[in-house]
Design a protein around this ligand. Sequence first.
Ligand code: ASP
Ligand code: MG
Length: 418
Amino acid sequence: MPLLVMKFGGTSVADLARIENAAKKVQKEVDRGYDVIVIVSAMSGETNRFVGYVEGTSKLYDAREYDAVVAAGENVTAGLMALRLQEMGVPARSWQGWQVPINTTSAHGSARFVSIPRDHIDAKFAEGFKVAVVAGFQGVSAEGRVTTLGRGGSDTTAVAFAAAFEAERCDIYTDVDGVYTTDPRITSKARKLHKIAFEEMLELASLGAKVLQTRSVELAMRYKVRLRVLSSFEDTDENSGTLVCDEDEIMESKVVSGVAYSRDEAKMTLVTIEDRPGVASAIFGPLADAGVNVDMIVQNISERDYDDHPGAVTDMTFSCPINQVERAKKAMEDARAAGIINYDELVVDTDVAKVSVVGIGMRSHAGVAAKMFNALAAENVNIKVISTSEIKISVLIDRKYMELAVQALHDAFDLDKA
Ligand code: ASP
Ligand code: MG
């Protein structure tokens, strides 16, 4: 039997009517001849409610009990989905993580998959069951305790099952109808993409396009799981939504596929540091130890005998998420107090945003950066930091110009046109 994985997010199973609507989509695939593994999220709002209960009970909570509580939402949906399918005459059975078992590490709250043995579910399919409904977001540790994968983790559960069961495709049903060239709330010209390459999706996901959990895309890329994002609120068919797939499957791609942004950025500059071997390591070591996710890094060119500094000096600028600024500041101040680094001043700018253009076509096309900077210059947007990778160019700009920049870049790269 060909097999499909279908995943339904929180808004798609928010109440009994929506569960029924989702079940109808599952029934349609069963009628087409598929065995189906359905991965469900908690009904929307439930996980937040449970997290609130935990935090309201214990400030420094035991992560094992946090997982025991927050995994409950998915259990409810899995049972209800199986019941609804049975009511519709579809032979279905539900599975909590430990029943499969979905073996994970013991990192409670951010566990990772170790293995997903197929035998129990395969045996049920062999008995004539058509659907296995599996609770997303959870698993079981080697110690036999319930674990969770981190918020948004049921996307990753879905991809892991698609890989383990060699599914033809992994369909992620959600409240948007696909992946767009940019956020449609920022420009009405945003266009739905028919296909996007794993690598592009990965850049867009980690840059703040919140459609899929980043880890799910990483996993899909590693195991070449064809992933489709589509709406559970519309009538859908084989051509609906956006297919996230290997770039070989994308015949013709534009140089730039999308514009992503991230609002919650901060920029920090260490003014006047010594320019000598080991200085970058002396800065970024303590930042890493403090758990700061440094993103862009710029080191200024060296100046000699500046002011009262006898050797060569430079400035170092980096960006990090805005909610890590205090941690980063403390790491730098502590490192200075301990004599590990020396700087005159630490300048913090919390009014910045990152805007990026992404596209696999960049590998083989010159001039993308020039076009990007041109478009920003035409709108008088000042660029503070630039970073590039093989398929992405990012700039840090004043946050108040973020939407303008996204719109200008969307226009400059003709993303409204197919
Ligand atoms: N219910 C979990 C959450 O809200 C997992 C998921 O829905 O992906 O994060
Ligand atoms: Mg989600």
